[in-house]
Design a protein around this ligand. Structure first.
Ligand code: C5P
Length: 230
C-alpha cells in the first residue's frame, strides 16, 4: 500500500486575533504551512500531498509549494472534518482503499522528522493506525458551568492528541462520512475512527509539535524550529 499526506488548511483562525489565517502567518521568513509541508514533500515514502484550502483562499498561491508537482489542492469545508474528507476524495483513483493517509494540521509547523518516522514505523503493520500524542503533565480538572471544579480527572490515562494521524484511506473515509451523517463534527480523525469501534494507537511524540492557535504560539514555534536546526 502507498502512503499519502493530507493537510487541512482551510481554517480561519478565529482564536488568533489576526486577519491572516494562522497557517499563513510568517514564521522565520516563511508561511507556517511551508514548514508543515517541508517534511511531507521531502519524504520519498509519501507519494503525494493534498492541501485543503478555503475556496476563497488568497494566500496559498504565494507560498513555497503552490506549484510543486507533488502537492495538489482540494476545497476545504465548514469544519476540519469536512476539509479532510474533501481532501481524501481529491486523491481520487490515484489512491486505493488500503493505502495509508497521514493527516497533519497545516498549523503544526514543528513536527520532528524523527517523530514522523517513528509514527510510520510503528503503524505501517498495524491493523487500525493511530496518531502522535503526549501524556498530559498537569493535573486535570473538569469544570462546572460556573468555572468551579466538578472533579479531578485521573491524568494517568490522559493524552494530548496531536497530528499526524495515520489511517487507511478507505476506513478513514467511511468513518468521517459516518460522523458527518450523524452530525458529529469530530475535531480529529481518530475520533471518527473511535465512533465506528476502532481503537487507534497512541504513539508518544514531543511537546514541541504545537498547533499554532494563539499569537504567543508563534515565537515559541520559532524557538522550537531553531532548536531543531530548521
Ligand atoms: O481550528 P483548528 O485549530 O482545530 O484547525 C486545525 C487544522 O484544521 C488547521 O490546519 C486548520 O486550517 C484546519 N481546518 C480546516 N478546515 C476548517 C477548519 C480548520 O482545514 N473548516
Amino acid at each position: 500500500p502507498d502512503l499519502w499526506a493530507v493537510l487541512p488548511a482551510a481554517g480561519v483562525g478565529r482564536r488568533m486575533g489576526s486577519a491572516t489565517p494562522k497557517q499563513y502567518l510568517d514564521l522565520a521568513g516563511r508561511a507556517v504551512i511551508d514548514h508543515a509541508l517541508d517534511l511531507f514533500v521531502a519524504d520519498v515514502r509519501i507519494r503525494g500531498v493534498v492541501v485543503a484550502l478555503d475556496p476563497t483562499d488568497r494566500y496559498w498561491d504565494a507560498t513555497a509549494y503552490a506549484d510543486h508537482p507533488k502537492v495538489t489542492r482540494a476545497n476545504g469545508g465548514a469544519e476540519r472534518c469536512h476539509s479532510v474528507l474533501n481532501a481524501l476524495d481529491a486523491l481520487g483513483t490515484r489512491a486505493h482503499a488500503e493505502d495509508w493517509v497521514l493527516v497533519h494540521d497545516a498549523a503544526r509547523p514543528c513536527l520532528r522528522p524523527a517523530d514522523l518516522d517513528r509514527l510510520i514505523e510503528a503503524l505501517i503493520e498495524d491493523e487500525v493506525g493511530g496518531l502522535l500524542g503526549i501524556p498530559v503533565r498537569d493535573t486535570m480538572k473538569r469544570a462546572e458551568p460556573d468555572d468551579r471544579i466538578g472533579a479531578t480527572v485521573d491524568r494517568a490515562s490522559l493524552w494530548h492528541a496531536f497530528t499526524p494521524q495515520m489511517f487507511r484511506l478507505g476506513r478513514l473515509r467511511a468513518a468521517l462520512t459516518d460522523a458527518l451523517a450523524a452530525n458529529d463534527l469530530v475535531t480529529d480523525d481518530a475520533s471518527a475512527m473511535e465512533r465506528i469501534g476502532q481503537a487507534p494507537r497512541l504513539i508518544e511524540g514531543h511537546a514541541d509539535n504545537i498547533k499554532i492557535t494563539r499569537a504567543e504560539d508563534l515565537p515559541l514555534a520559532r524557538f522550537y524550529l531553531q532548536q531543531q536546526g530548521r
